[in-house]
Design a protein around this ligand. Sequence first.
Ligand code: CA
Length: 253
Amino acid sequence: MNSTKNKLNKKSKMPFNINRKSFLGVLSLAYQEIIDSFLTKTKIKKPKEEEVLDLVRLKATKNDPKSILKIIDAYAYRKTFLMNIGDQKGLLLEQAIKDSNAKNILELGVYLGYSSIRILNSLREDSKLTSIEANEKFARIAKEHISIAGLSKNHDLKIGTSSNLITELNDPFDFVFIDHWKDLYLSDLKLLETTGLLKKGAWIFADNVVLFNLEDYLDYVRTSSDYSSKFIPTLREYSKSHPDGVEISIYKL
Ligand code: CA
């Protein structure tokens, strides 16, 4: 993504046929989740998130973030889907972190710490990441992944619901990565605005805006005069056919 900043002035629209295809993408994910949940409940296998942690413990090179990302990607491509941002959109996220020159970053939705590792590995030495995850089990696994990656120093992982924890934050952010519950994207963005937690010029990077058809969110950031917004079409994480995309919006107030 060369000079994303220059491309952010144009408001863009999704391709018109993308929703049906992305619906099939959601269906295929739901099918995989049902199978995995059945195998876990019948104790045929461990939950996939614990299998990933076992693999990272066993195979990752300590203090080598890329070795951990590689293990997680390989699992998601070859075994079972994982709701990480994935290797392709992950590069867009890393580039956006670098282009924005962000010092104080907020991440909503951590899962296994995959995107946290990508963000932390792209940060400047004097920058920091605050991450919020509602699921205690996922947060514990993420914390260990980030620790094995050697990236815990500039990281604060908070466990709880985003709407509660956002109101306890004080230091305004210049980059927000949104990747948690899809019906919370818009309400949490508005909460960040009203609590004064968005710096002027803050970048908001929202994942899965096509996969989950986030029309309300997109409508808001694309029509509000407070934002300059750009859509980047991608494929869904770990898929070679299902469409997805990210929306990068710059807060102008
Ligand atoms: Ca995602």
